[in-house]
Design a protein around this ligand. Structure first.
Ligand SMILES: [Zn+2]
Length: 459
């Protein structure tokens, strides 16, 4: 539950923006309370709170009625059997200490990852690189450059690893064991310019009982993460391996996409998940040549566009969320606010943080839906199913473009999440997803914008 429990200081704030922020959070919470397991059928306090927040206007806020609304929300919580906000403090997660045995596993994994990066750069890796990145000279040059730097960074990260207790956030360099990585992450890198980066690793990935196997399985993740924290030209997450977008990503973007390096490592080690296993080595997993958009269905193109957009919105909202690990400077924050728009406005920091957290929660839910996983407690059958439905509806109007399938799908997913009490600010998240390329560097942002447009234009 993320509604602040007390009204913020309104002086110097944009009262309209403050009101929409509170309203969004409060109504989200009432919807979440309604669908709680065991919530009472008849809930007069909840209905009162919903009506109150729907009708609250700026004049009332200036009169001090925010406090009344927050009290109404507290009554609704109590009626639903929820502890009043702020009364229960979650137990702190005990930081994992790095043991000598853990470091040995990471030592082995680092060695293997550096060897894999070197092998990929040499003749042995040529076929894999061609399959993964295509054969163009300029692209191969960029890929070899990343692989070279990855080896250097991984060595630095391992050398900076210390045994024992985890240092405070801002002092972290080297490998650190962390049980609180976002779901599905084996490792997660963060870096501050001029400092050796930190790579947090899930303890379960290190302590498998089979150090050799653990090292092998860690290697693709280490290559992926190290490629994010290079001194220059680091990679991004444009498309994860388990998505349509990964297979359809145009060649020019692949040297900038971490998961393509992860894939190359998997192919090199011939691990499960290799798309080449059992195939003739000459067969490419996604075509070493760029795919002709005309050869793809509008649904496939829409899925690919949607996944890249959502991943980028997720990454940016993660950085600004409370779970983010790197301190965000003012400049990217201002750009983010500009792209996400209302209700960010001029509002106090504590409230703004709640909005960032909400956008991240919504984007994370979209990521799960896009992987066709069900969102816990919901009947969402997956965005790709929704896409297909959109395409089905579109049969009567065969000229519907991929871009409008994307728009309709985003609208549908956001409306579902909002109705389920999992997202307070659907409009802000929609703007963020649609404008995500504006958050990138100019060259990449322009290229992505042009790509979305070209792939979206066709029916
Ligand atoms: Zn990544």
């Amino acid at each position: 539950m993320t509604t602040p429990t007390t009204p913020v200081d309104l002086s110097g704030s944009d009262v309209d923006a403050v009101l929409s922020a509170y309203r969004g959070l409060a109504l989200k919470e009432t919807r979440a309370l309604r669908r709680r397991q065991g919530a009472p059928q008849h809930a007069p306090r909840l209905e009162e709170a919903q009506v109150y927040w729907s009708l609250l206007d700026v004049a009332a806020v200036l009169r001090g009625d925010l406090a009344v609304g927050l009290k109404a929300l507290d009554d609704a919580r109590r009626e639903a059997g929820v502890e009043p906000a702020g009364s229960s403090v979650p137990a702190p997660v005990k930081p994992e200490e790095m043991t000598a045995a853990d470091r040995d596993v990471l030592d082995r994994a680092t060695h293997l990852a550096i060897t894999v990066a070197e092998d990929l750069r040499n003749l042995g890796g040529a076929a894999i690189l061609k399959n993964t990145f295509g054969g163009a000279k300029s692209i191969t040059g960029a890929v070899l450059d990343v692989l070279e730097k990855v080896g250097v960074v991984l060595r630095q990260v391992f050398d900076a690893t210390t045994l024992g207790t985890v240092p405070p956030k801002e002092l972290r360099s080297g490998f650190v064991l962390s049980a609180t990585l976002p779901a599905g992450f084996v490792a997660l890198a963060s870096g501050i310019p001029g400092k050796v980066p930190c790579i947090r690793v899930r303890p379960g990935a290190v302590r498998t009982g089979d150090p050799k196997q653990a090292a092998k399985e860690l290697v693709p993740a280490l290559l992926h993460e190290a490629s994010h924290v290079l001194p220059t030209l680091s990679t991004l997450d444009l498309a994860y391996r388990d998505t349509v977008a990964f297979r359809l990503l145009p060649l020019t973007f692949r040297p900038a996409n971490a998961a393509h390096f992860e894939q190359a490592a998997i192919e090199m080690l011939e691990l499960p998940g290799s798309l080449l296993t059992g195939l003739d080595r000459k067969v490419s997993f996604s075509g070493a040549d760029d795919l002709d958009p005309a050869a793809l269905s509008a649904v496939d193109r829409a899925a690919a566009i949607l996944q890249v957009r959502v991943v980028r919105a997720w990454v940016y909202s993660f950085r600004l969320s409370g779970s983010g690990i790197s301190r965000v400077t003012d400049e990217p924050r201002a750009l983010f606010d500009d792209v996400a728009g209302a209700p960010l406005g001029n509002i106090p920091w504590s409230l703004r943080q709640e909005i960032y957290d909400d956008l991240f929660e919504g984007a994370a839910a979209l990521m799960r839906i896009l992987k066709d996983e069900k969102v816990p407690g919901e009947n969402a059958s997956g965005a790709l199913a929704a896409l297909r439905t959109e395409a089905g509806t579109a049969k009567s109007a065969p000229t519907i473009s991929a871009a409008s399938i994307v728009d309709r799908t985003i609208d549908r997913m956001l409306a579902d999440l909002n109705a389920a009490g999992r997202l307070a600010f659907p409009d802000a998240l929609r703007r963020l997803i649609q404008g995500c390329h504006r958050l990138e560097s100019k060259a990449l942002g322009d290229a992505l914008g042009a790509h979305f447009e070209a792939w979206g234009a066709r029916p």
